[in-house]
Every structure is written in structure tokens, then in C-alpha cells.
Ligand binder design. Sequence first.
Ligand SMILES: Cc1cc2nc3c(=O)[nH]c(=O)nc-3n(C[C@H](O)[C@H](O)[C@H](O)COP(=O)(O)O)c2cc1C
Length: 407
Amino acid sequence: MLRGKKILIGITGGIAAYKIPPLVREFKKQGAAVKVVMTKAATEFINPNTLAALSENEIVTDTFPDASLSVIKSETWHIHLGTWADIMLIAPATANTIAKIAYGIADNPVTIMALSVRCPVAISPAMDTYMWENPATQENLSKLRQRGYRIINPEVGELASGLTGKGRLPEIKKLTTSIQKILDKAHQDFSGKKILVTAGPTYEPIDPVRYIGNRSSGKMGFAIARCAAERGAKVTLISGPSNLETPNFVERIEIETAEEMYNQCIKHSSKSDVVIMAAAVADFKPEITANRKIKKEDIVSNNLTLKLTKTKDILETLGKKKKKHQVLVGFALETDNEIENAVKKLNRKNLDFIVMNNPLKNGAGIGSHTNVVSFLHKNGTKEIFNKMLKDDVANQILNRISKLNRS
Ligand SMILES: Cc1cc2nc3c(=O)[nH]c(=O)nc-3n(C[C@H](O)[C@H](O)[C@H](O)COP(=O)(O)O)c2cc1C
């Protein structure tokens, strides 16, 4: 049920806009308060007066609305609506609006609100199959997913064009259930907490153009950062080189080398209630970095020998500096003697628990959207999980930290 929930609906100019008045009725029936903003194109498909009557609120259809509207508490109406809503639903979301949000364009009431709300934003795309399958639309949606927008996938069925395919706005029941689920998940158990997360690989330079790196994509650490921010934490994400989008409300600090990662971690860890180290930091770096490109002809023999030296152990340092109320979580990527090695790491580095994964397992580790992990806890307990999405792994980690309940 949606009793007491405040739902902001953004309607854009798709033919499925006709499905929104009954959705507003359903939300109201379930006890929610509803406010609606619309694009100009949306008003071509559905009359704002209908929505005003059903939502019992005036509708914003213009960036500079009539100041006499009671829904407008001040000229900065977008700030007022942004703090009012528990959730924003954009439905139907046109390909055009999805593209605008992906690029941060805020030129109408819906796109302004998509950028300015503090709450989760659910986007329910509806369009012709060709528009849906277009790589531009898919790339924009992928950007939005990575930033933490919840995409409610369209359904396969008969479309307004008369064709059948993917692109239909889901029925009211499915939209309502999706909103309920997002609101259920959006409990703010990390509100007021500062969380430091590390992600991605490090690059250790050999010369100005070459480096020693690893295959880490950053997906696991970014998922933790996104989920922690969704649960109310103030998140700092220290990331090695990664193409991933920065999740909404996350402060991202970019580094390249293990040394830079070390320095940033030391700087930020003492201010953090929780530190989760998911980065794949290099254990070794070239002892000397050449200041010019090493040329083939400069090497007289057939071999070039690189002397490597150990990098500083970030997790061990943080374990030594750990404050009484701080939670410290590490990752162990092991391909053999997994448990034994991970337990040693857990104890040596003074961690609360360690997330162990073996990249050789099907569906686990580097680059994939899923992971197969076990949690080994300080008190000796062990939890073994089946293959999970990295978002789910992230939330399981946060659930364990939440239960430790240190403040
Ligand atoms: C009859 C008609 C139906 C349309 N239906 C859709 C649709 O279902 N989905 C979509 O993405 N665009 C659709 N469009 C295109 C959008 O209306 C157009 O891209 C518009 O600029 C969207 O503006 P907005 O995103 O600001 O609301 C349709 C256009 C017409 C003329």
C-alpha cells in the first residue's frame, strides 16, 4: 500500500499518456498524495485538467508557471517539489526525455524535476519498438541505470503504431507494484552515515605511455556506492580508471596509481563511519618509471627486465588506524585455498568481514554484472551465496554493516 507516500508523476509526450489518469486514481485510492508535472508535448495527448481533478492538485506544465497556482509555493517551485516527493515516476517516458535526462538537460518541468529531486526516480519508457531498440536510446538508458535511476522495462505487445513489439507501457498493476517495491527498498538506514568506497583497477606506469594494470571494471564498487547513496549515506567513491557513470549523489575522486589510492584513502578514511575496499589495487609497481617512452631499439638484448616493488598495503594501514566505531570491509579475490587465504587477510588486516570471490567461478568476478561471493566474519561465521547481481551483493554487504549498528 502507498498510504502516506508522496508521489510526483512526470508525464511526457507519448501516446501511452492516456494510461496515466487511471494510474493517478489508483495511487490516490491506495492513500498516496500525487502531484503531476507535464511536458508541452504531453499536454497534446492528455488534458492537464483531467489530471488536476484526479490528483486534487494543480499541474505544472511550464518552467515558469503562473505564480497563482497553489501547488507553487514560491518561484523556486522545483526545489519545493523536489523536497516534497518520496518518489518520482516518469511515465510514459519518451525517447526524447530519456536522452535529455541522460545529458543533464533541464528545459521543461519533467526534466527539471528529474535532476532536482532528492528521492528515487523511476522511469517507465514507452515507445515504438524501433525507437526502443535504437542504440542511442539503449545507451542513454544504460547511463541512467548506472547513475541509479530505476528503469521499469516496457512490455511486449500491441503498440499504437499497429505493430507488435517491445515498447508498451506496463499496466497499472505492474507500475503500482514497481513503485511499491522501490519505496520498500528505499529505507534510509544509512542516513547521516559517511561511507568511503574504493573501486576499479590501478595503473602503475612503466613509462609515459605504458602501465601495469588489471581487468577490474569497477562494477562492484560502483554498485556499493550507488546502493549506499540510495540508502541515505553520504558516499565518497575513490575510483581507478573506469568508464562507469558516477551514481547520483556520490562524490567521485579519480586516481590512477596505488600510491594515489593510498593517499586519498588515508585522507578520507578517518572521517568515515564505514570503509569498503572493493578496488583491485596493484600489489606491485615498477621500481622505476622511465620518463621517456622505452624504445625497442634502446634495448640491445632480446629481453627487457622490469624490476617490481611492493605497493603500500592500504587495507592493512586502515586496519591499524581503525577507530572503535568504524566498520572496515575488504574484498579478497582468490583462485586457490580461498577460505584459508581470505581468513588470514581478514585477521591480519583487522577487518569486520571480508567478501571473498573466485573469478574462475561461473558468473563471478571481474567485468561481469554478477558475482559469486562468500562473507567471512570476524567472529568466525561464514555465509556462502549463490550467483547474484552485483547490486544484490552490494545490498547484502550493506545489510550486514547495518546490523553491526555502530554509531
Ligand atoms: C502521435 C505521436 C505519438 C508519439 N508517441 C511517442 C511515444 O510513444 N514515445 C516516444 O518516445 N515518442 C513519441 N512521440 C514523439 C514525441 O512526442 C516527441 O519526441 C516529443 O518531442 C516528445 O517531447 P517530450 O519528451 O518533451 O514530452 C510521438 C509523436 C507523435 C506525433
